[in-house]
Design a protein around this ligand. Structure first.
Ligand SMILES: NC(=O)c1ccc[n+]([C@@H]2O[C@H](COP(=O)([O-])OP(=O)(O)OC[C@H]3O[C@@H](n4cnc5c(N)ncnc54)[C@H](OP(=O)(O)O)[C@@H]3O)[C@@H](O)[C@H]2O)c1
Length: 330
């Protein structure tokens, strides 16, 4: 039980965040009622900020980052889980306030865990990860507001990123016409392969907007915020809905009430970290059913724990398409 295992550990010295692969034993792990042999984690935007020591993501050091994980229960004091169970964790501030998934073993609170959904392999669950779960929650938010495919195209911003890529694939699979916004036109082929019907240059969306522009979008999934969100609000069709979930382009939003009061548009916030369990189980079940394996395969690549810092920098620099799975056993 006290065998050593590998983890990526962040520490802070004189205000500078450092990362190191360390050998730990279970005695080093924080409290919790379930011990999990982690197989896969993933790299989300938040994880990249944490590993790079940016953005005040990590609340205390030392910290094992990684907001997502999947693996097998080794031992459990909870009646809800038994050794051998395959489990999945996304969010709950794991990897921020509590030790996360960049480790071969993790001691966790049972209320953070859900069983790995029927028909979903651990690798695919992490290819989806918090980013893909967010994309599904955004799609569900549009559906809840009555957005259906024959109303017109859905705009997805930050389309070559993790949330955006899964959103494009899901929407296309559900029969929507998808207009994918990207800052890098080298991504066109990738986005068409995911099912985009049209590619829109980010610069086009960054232009200052009049309070009301020509009506273009029946719905939008926005991962970018800032100027792009301000413009797309002005371009929404009458009655359209925007699911807002990100801020890679800025957290400020300068807009007017005009599209809301003259075109009855709606903006819905989507939050994934503490999303209630029934909603997350529903979203995961849909992801397992509705995201085809062959599409998912195009979205992710697999890296080792040792490669996490390099890929975190690359992702923050916009050099990585789609999702990054971390196989902690490599
Ligand atoms: N991953 C999650 O679990 C999760 C959950 C909820 C919310 N979010 C939020 O959603 C956003 C995207 O997360 P992600 O994991 O998809 O990140 P990501 O994989 O890094 O993708 C972000 C994408 O945004 C675009 N982008 C980058 N810099 C930009 C800029 N300055 N202005 C406008 N667009 C820019 C790029 O797409 P193009 O090159 O195609 O333009 C990039 O690929 C973040 O703000 C994140 O906090 C993420």
């Amino acid at each position: 039980m006290n065998d050593q295992f590998k983890a990526l550990v962040l520490s802070q010295e004189n205000g500078k965040v450092e990362h190191q692969i360390r050998q730990l034993t279970v005695d080093d792990l924080p409290e919790g009622d379930v011990l999990v042999a982690v197989k896969y984690s993933s790299l989300n935007y938040k994880d990249c900020l944490a590993v790079a020591g940016r953005g005040k993501i990590v609340r205390q050091y030392p910290m094992v980052p990684g907001v997502d994980l999947t693996g097998e229960v080794l031992s459990s004091e909870s009646p809800d889980f038994s050794p051998g169970d395959q489990v999945l964790l996304t969010g709950w501030y794991v990897g921020e306030r509590y030790w996360g998934g960049y480790t071969q073993q993790a001691r966790l609170k049972s209320e953070w865990l859900i069983p790995l959904p029927e028909g979903l392999a651990g690798l695919n669950a992490m290819a989806i990860g918090s980013a893909g779960l967010t994309a599904m929650l955004c799609v569900m938010a549009l559906e809840d507001q009555g957005v259906v495919p024959d109303q017109g195209p859905i705009l997805v911003t930050g389309a070559s990123g993790g949330v955006g890529g899964v959103a494009v694939a899901l929407l296309a699979e559900l029969g929507y016409a998808v207009s994918a916004v990207t800052g890098n036109r080298d991504n066109d082929d990738y986005l068409y392969q995911l099912g985009a019907t049209e590619i829109v240059s980010r610069t086009e969306l960054e232009r200052p907007a009049q309070p009301l522009e020509s009506q273009r979008w029946a719905g939008a999934i926005d991962t970018v915020g800032g100027e792009v969100l301000a413009r797309l609000l002005a371009e929404m069709k009458y009655g359209g809905t925007v699911a807002a979930t990100g801020l890679t382009g800025g957290s400020e939003l300068h807009t007017t009430v005009m599209p809301f009061i003259l075109r009855a548009i709606k903006m819905v916030g989507v939050e994934v970290t503490t999303c209630p369990v029934p909603q997350r189980k529903k979203a995961w079940a849909r992801l397992a059913r509705e995201l085809p394996d062959d599409l998912l395969k195009q979205i992710f690549k697999v890296v080792s724990l040792e490669e996490v810092p390099l890929f975190a920098e690359r992702l923050l620099d916009g050099q990585v398409n789609g999702r990054v799975v971390v196989d902690v056993t490599l």
